[in-house]
Write a protein that binds this ligand. Structure first.
Ligand code: HEC
Length: 217
């Protein structure tokens, strides 16, 4: 009797352990499959077969489809996510439209673009922090054009790696430039300076522009 019992227990354990194995194409036997297969509407997936997953559950959906069906009969391409209306332009969290003036519109930007931010101590302080991250190494801490990158290094008495041509913000040609001008130059670059529009958000560019003006005083 004891032998029969242990044989039974052993066999049941073996059956249990092997029957759930998954591998290759076989996902194995699933316990409570509706925990693995999302019933929620996914933004893109379109399972259009209304009978898919009929075996999974006995839940009755009001429109008669089975468990896995999750496409949307009303939206284009049966996606659950709506496509934005044609010609929609997304605004950022401040409600600003994308900056669309091209690189060659510097003069227009300089005279027409107004900084939407106020000159609060907080905004100027964060402009300073951003300036130190993105501009200081070329333009120098006071904007005199003497940053570490501009100056290069002396190796064995030989001057190397200068980034020439970084101007002083207080120089005659630059001391009166507008914040729009600075914003545009940060966005698109100018001459020897590269564009920073892809790295710095519009809001942060305006903060930097505010800070650069303080360096010119
Ligand atoms: C890799 C070095 C480098 C970095 C980084 C850099 N600049 Fe410049 N910047 C230059 C050089 C070089 C010029 C001169 C461009 C020219 O006239 O050819 C310049 C010119 C300018 C000018 C004058 C534009 C004009 O109308 O003549 C402004 C304003 C300016 N930079 C602001 C910034 C700000 C703000 C940052 C940080 C977001 C920044 N730059 C980052 C090198 C740099």
């Amino acid at each position: 009797m004891r032998f029969v019992t242990s044989l039974f227990v052993g066999l049941s354990a073996a059956v249990l352990l092997t029957s759930c194995g998954a591998g290759g194409e076989d996902q194995g036997t699933e316990y409570a499959p509706n925990m693995y297969h999302s019933v929620a509407y996914e933004p893109y997936t379109q399972i259009v077969d209304e009978d898919a997953g009929r075996w999974v559950t006995s839940i009755e959906y009001p429109d008669g489809h089975a468990e896995y069906f999750n496409s949307n009969k009303f939206n284009p391409s049966r996606m659950n996510m709506r496509e934005p209306a044609a010609n929609t332009v997304s605004r950022n969290k401040n409600g600003w439209l994308p900056y669309r003036l091209g690189k060659d519109s510097l003069a227009f930007a300089a005279s027409h673009m107004k900084n939407p931010l106020d000159s609060t101590a907080e905004i100027i302080a964060s402009g300073k922090a951003l300036y130190e991250m993105y501009c200081d190494h070329c333009h120098g801490p006071k904007g005199a054009g003497d940053g570490k990158v501009a100056a290069g290094v002396k190796i064995d008495g030989v001057q190397k790696g200068n980034y020439n041509g970084v101007p002083d913000y207080k120089s005659g040609a630059l001391k009166d430039i507008s914040e729009g001008h600075i914003f545009h130059v940060i966005t698109h670059g100018k001459g020897l300076m590269w564009a920073h529009g892809s790295q710095i958000s519009p809001e942060d560019r305006w903060k930097i522009a505010k800070y650069v003006k303080t360096l010119q005083k």
